[in-house]
Design a protein around this ligand. Sequence first.
Ligand code: G3I
Length: 481
Amino acid sequence: MAAQLRAARRRGHALAALAVAAAGGLLAAATLGSGPAGAAGTPLRDLAEAKGSYFGTAVTQSNLGNSTLTAVAGAQFDMVTPGNEMKWDTTESSASNFNFGPGDQIVSFAKAHSMRVRGHTLVWHSQLPSWVGNLPKTQVQAAMENHITTQTTHYKGQVYSWDVVNEPFNEDGSLRTSPFYNAMGSGYIADALRTARAADPNAKLYLNDYNIEGTNAKSDAMYQLVSSLKSQGVPIDGVGLESHFIVGQVPSTMKANIQRFAALGVDVAITELDDRMQVPASAANLAQQATDYATVISNCLAVSRCVGVSQWGVGDADSWIPGAFSGYGAATMYDNTYQPKASYTSAATALGGAAGSPSPSSSPSSSPSPSTPPSGSGCKVGTQVSAWNTGLTENITVTNTGGSALNGWSVKFTLPGGQSVSSAWNATVSPASGQVTATNLPYNAALPAGGSVSFGFNADHTGNTAAATGFSLNGVACTAG
Ligand code: G3I
């Protein structure tokens, strides 16, 4: 029965993916989901489902306007967390004035692609409108209960789970102060859980936090809290480990930590996985990221009550990391043009897929997708500028110094201030200024190991005629030469 359900869901989402592709006039997605679970090129969602798990992503309302992003999200992921749309500042920006429009759009997207929804989040100190903090303490409990009841009732039957309380702890394991803690003490957590259960008895109720992935003071505090809630009969179904990692820093105690929560009789979910690094990304860091993704997924799969993994965002272009951590990025499995990275391949492999076979068919590009740079890949770049008073011509030659042929390439670089591209040859170049991306044309997509490709552009300038800098090839930083 479970296998039939999985097969039906696979058929459903393949049709949805085809509809998305067709709407965009895109043919390459036609092979989505065509392979059996576990075979080469099988989407992450099917691989996860074959293991009784799921693979999710965060999607925001503004993401829904990006057809590349939504095609990848619908094809590869089977769980959606609204990035911001179910937070208090959106759903109840003024007292008892509810707005579920943005969250409803995310739910509609999920339904259209046979995805489930992790509701995020009901009670959180952040993205909380000021009116809540300005309430007299005697009125906070009623406001919190009204918020939870109204929101969970609206989404009843449409969400798999709720992050009922988000990020309740400080790093030392003490409870964070918030309008809720300040008014009700630690009892606000049990009250929130009971209120959510009363309104929607079928949603899984979670506590979610960051830096609780390995064993430490904060995760010890979460463990004690869950243990205490269980012993009091408070409805608690799961613990979310956000998992915002830095490359190479997945805690060695993560699996044991998941196991100890599971032993309390609750589910565990990896709720917001990403793995940041300094940008432009080095080959070594991309390879480490691939290892980290496989480690996290394996840690979850090793514990039957670890129900699934969700990434925070679809690709590097929509990730929150560059906005929050200056100089960092490249934190997800898809690069800035939604091409799969080495971490995608390792995730698929960890989920039981065929090794070394990313699923570039998820890309709506009609030209071949870039292959994932293997560890040890690299590139070298030469530039030549001829300038006149208001314009310049720059020719660029990129050599693939890695050991593998690339079947499709994108070269990123930064133009000096005041330069604006007016035309290009042997590549499409966009945007016109700042950090730009040159992408292959169909006739020069193949770039063999050791091979070179040349392209160029004309640009207007306002005085700075220096060559472009900061080159990378398919996400791997290039050296000059
Ligand atoms: O909507 C306003 C827009 O009107 C304004 O022009 C713009 C200018 O900064 O800000 C917009 O709001 C931003 C909002 O995202 C919506 O895009 C906020 O500044 C920005 O701070 C907010 O960031 C969100 C962050 O939570 C807030 O804490 C991120 O998108 C969201 O990905 C992130 O998600 C959290 C999880 O909920 C909990 N765990 C950590 C995770 C990452 O911080």
